[in-house]
Design a protein around this ligand. Structure first.
Ligand code: AMP
Length: 413
């Protein structure tokens, strides 16, 4: 009987995992350099956690099931709601800012295609506590620096939902309808949005894109609309901090984001060459979500990388990832020196990666294996050399070999 893996899931073979791990480590270490600490959230949560604010797009795609106690649970479709729950339950007494990051799979029942899976990995950060524009800018900077650390070329666009929502408020549109409009814009459903908002000025605002010169046009467009103008002021401050941090960006006020909890700055990062699924990062400010879970008025801002798409982009942009190498293979030439070979392998394992022959192969075959796994050196253990207290060290790159004492090997390795 042949059983296949579920649709939208993948097996990651050793070579691929090696590359994924290296890239993940570079991103995590960049994030940690800004003072973030790693957390892990449960794989499943009470499904109501995501019903509050995660947005229809996510709710429709949740894996929901009942446990034996009849509770309705779901596989986590995203992390921000869980982190807010965690903050309310366990971290509320901590000194602010609370800076945390995660790297784990998410689950969404979507139509699988290139760059879209039912199980996919996100690396994300949440910065909890600060409200000022410099914290929005720092979060964007972390995303940009993480991608630079792996040598990726990308395009970063920043928008601000406060400007769009502020204008709708100034136009007398209520919060419920605002959510519908934002979600329609996020899905590219312009006609649906136009049924909800009649004023042309709103769509002129949504269409504002480009470099900093856009700001002048926006200021003119929303003149007299106080809530929107107030958000624009904050947006301008965020942009000046981004300039200070030398982050390359363009402005796009049409960024809406499907997750309903965003309240202010929003940003997206895209790369060329991945077709329709080219968005590798999305994030923004969500000042009311923690309040929803805790009653505490705690602002927050964060982002999530789509890690699988980052890996696709690394491949697409031909970025070389260092190959996996084993430092040492220990090869006994006969059974009588096998125990000695195992002892030698154990001695070196504290300081480097070592394999010892486990297949009872002849020397020639062990050397073939060693070059196939890309070993740097092979120690050939033979009875004649052992009597002199020596072994043979073979450099697998050059093929040269010499008799040598253990202390000298230690120095070479
Ligand atoms: P979101 O949580 O929807 O804001 O998504 C954040 C990032 O996760 C996106 O920018 C994508 O890169 C990635 N992502 C979202 N859904 C999927 C999926 N089904 N498969 C792969 N990556 C995804």
């Amino acid at each position: 009987m042949r059983i296949e893996k579920p649709r939208g899931t993948r097996d990651f073979l050793p070579d691929e995992m090696w590359g994924r791990d290296l890239i993940e480590k570079r991103i995590s270490s960049t994030i940690e350099n800004y003072g973030y600490r790693k957390i892990l959230i449960p794989t499943f949560e009470r499904s109501e956690l995501f019903m509050l604010k995660s947005g229809k797009e996510i709710q429709q795609h949740m894996y929901i099931f009942r446990d034996k106690g009849g509770r309705e649970l779901c596989l986590r479709p995203e992390a921000t709601a869980s982190v807010c729950r965690m903050f309310a339950e366990e971290l509320r007494a901590e000194q602010k800012p609370v800076k945390v990051y995660y790297s784990c799979p998410m689950f969404r029942y979507e139509e699988p295609q290139k760059g879209r899976y039912r199980e996919f990995w996100q690396i994300g950060i949440e910065l909890i506590g600060p409200k000022g524009p410099e914290s929005d800018a720092e979060v964007i900077d972390i995303a940009a620096m993480s991608l630079k650390s792996i040598g990726l070329k990308f395009k970063l666009e920043v928008g601000h939902l406060g400007i769009l929502r502020g204008l709708m408020q100034d136009l007398g549109i209520n919060r419920e309808v605002q959510n519908g409009v934002i979600s329609a814009i996020d899905r590219g459903q312009r006609d649906r949005a136009e049924k909800l908002v009649k004023d042309r000025i709103f769509f002129d605002l949504v269409d504002m894109k480009g470099d900093k010169r856009v700001i002048g046009r926006v200021t003119k467009l929303i003149r007299g609309h106080t809530h929107s103008l107030k958000a624009l002021e904050e947006f301008k401050e965020i942009l000046s901090y981004l300039d200070l941090m030398e982050v390359d960006y363009s402005i796009n006020l049409g960024i809406a984001r499907g997750l309903e909890y965003y309240t202010g700055m929003v940003f997206e990062i895209r790369v060329d060459g991945l077709g329709a699924q080219n968005q590798i990062c999305g994030g923004g400010r969500y000042d009311n979500l923690i309040g929803l879970f805790s009653g505490l008025d705690v602002p927050a801002v964060g982002f999530a990388f789509g890690f699988d798409r980052i890996i696709d982009a690394v491949r697409e942009q031909d970025i070389r990832v260092p190959e996996r190498r084993i430092d040492l293979v220990v090869a006994p030439v006969s059974n009588e020196v096998r125990e000695e070979a195992i002892k030698i392998a154990s001695r070196f394992r504290g300081r480097c990666s070592v394999e010892v022959d486990l297949m009872n192969r002849k020397l020639g075959k062990i050397l073939e294996y060693a070059s196939r796994i890309n070993a740097k050196y092979t120690i050939i253990v033979g009875p004649r050399e052992l009597k002199k207290g020596l072994v043979v060290l073979r450099d697998m790159n050059s093929g040269s070999q010499k008799e040598i004492g253990m202390d000298e090997i230690r120095e070479i390795l």
